[in-house]
Design a protein around this ligand. Sequence first.
Ligand SMILES: NC(=O)c1ccc[n+]([C@@H]2O[C@H](COP(=O)([O-])OP(=O)(O)OC[C@H]3O[C@@H](n4cnc5c(N)ncnc54)[C@H](O)[C@@H]3O)[C@@H](O)[C@H]2O)c1
Length: 415
Amino acid sequence: MQNHDIANLRLAGEGAAKIYLAERQMPVLTNLRATYSKSKFLKGLTIGMCMHITKETAVLCRTLLAAGAKVALCASNPLSTQDDVAAALVKDGIHVYGKKGETIGEYKRHLRAVAMHRPNIILDDGGDLTVEMLQNHKEKLGLVIGGCEETTTGVIRLKAMERDNVLRYPVIAVNDNNTKRLIDNYYGTGQSTIDGILRATNILLAGKSFVVCGYGPCGKGLSLRAKGMGANVIVCEVNPFNALQAHLDGFRVMPIEEAARIGDIFVTVTGNTHVITYEHMLTMKDGAVLANSGHFDVEIDVEALNKKAKARKKVRQHLDEYLLVNGRRVYVCGEGRLVNLAAAEGHPSEVMATSFLGQCFAIEYLVENMGKLPAKVIRLPEEYDLKIARLQLEAFGIKHDKMTEEQEKYVKSWK
Ligand SMILES: NC(=O)c1ccc[n+]([C@@H]2O[C@H](COP(=O)([O-])OP(=O)(O)OC[C@H]3O[C@@H](n4cnc5c(N)ncnc54)[C@H](O)[C@@H]3O)[C@@H](O)[C@H]2O)c1
């Protein structure tokens, strides 16, 4: 097995500069690194990671390295790798397997390469490394202390594994931390999805009909940001509670069949499949723009589009034009893969600092409770969320109120 498989080791200098700047914006992690480099609590352990290879993930890798771990990392999406960052991480001594634009075959080989390092802790983003371990490396499962999952789609897959009795070790649903869902899914996805669409298209949002499919934390953050830039937001949602909230938040709510006819820009953030079908596309206006920010590239049926469109042309770096049989054209950003990572740089570093603090605390929790946790999907106790929020507030230089003793007593009393 190779020690790494990346695009170009000579890009390491550029990658290191990017990581340096990310570190400046992630003091909660660099502070933790200083503590970990004394305790070395991960000495002798291997961390296998399947995550977007970005400058922020690099800061997490360096933190784990400082704690004494060996780290092997592969990409959690074929388009999200920052090749210069991957090169810098190899120079840091991390086993990196990922190239921007890698084929599905390479993607799978890279998952396998990480599994071959015999990881003791799995950090996953979407569940692919977990599936690889459970299906193809059964003989190594005894070595696994536990896992941590970064995103909603991964947690949903893990819960299905638990239901089907195939999960063999405890997994902490880092995604389900309140701090993660608020700061990453809501604020992070809200901003970075728009960043990705703008980098791919450079279109004006003001005055456009902007259709958001899925009104979970990601869809809510995105709708609010699009509205703030002057777009007319329309929400499509299958869950009546979330549809009601979208309505009361002031957005138009309607089925996708109706929205397809009037939208200018469409973004899927559902975690579901075929939310926008080829038939929907046939009813869209000439020039409609489609993007996805959900984890997998199945939300917009790009496969059907590739088969049925009359022609496909790359018109900008992350934008493909499709000529439909009815003579209209639609534009797909980042091949329908999550647009904030395919066409931009993912969330801002400050956002990822919060998510990755959650990953570090989850690892600490797994190590402290080794052998005591069930092979289930577990949420971290609430105190961790409060600690993450407190540390991030301190990093932002914000002070906040504390209850007086009298107030503490009052809120606990029934009298
Ligand atoms: N791009 C990113 O950086 C990023 C960040 C965090 C999460 N994610 C991913 O984004 C997706 C959404 O995350 P979330 O936390 O908001 O999830 P969530 O499950 O809380 O919300 C998804 C919403 O979509 C709705 N939905 C499902 N199927 C639908 C359909 N066919 N039409 C319309 N609505 C539908 C659901 O009812 C739900 O309200 C997941 O795949 C998650 O992994 C991406």
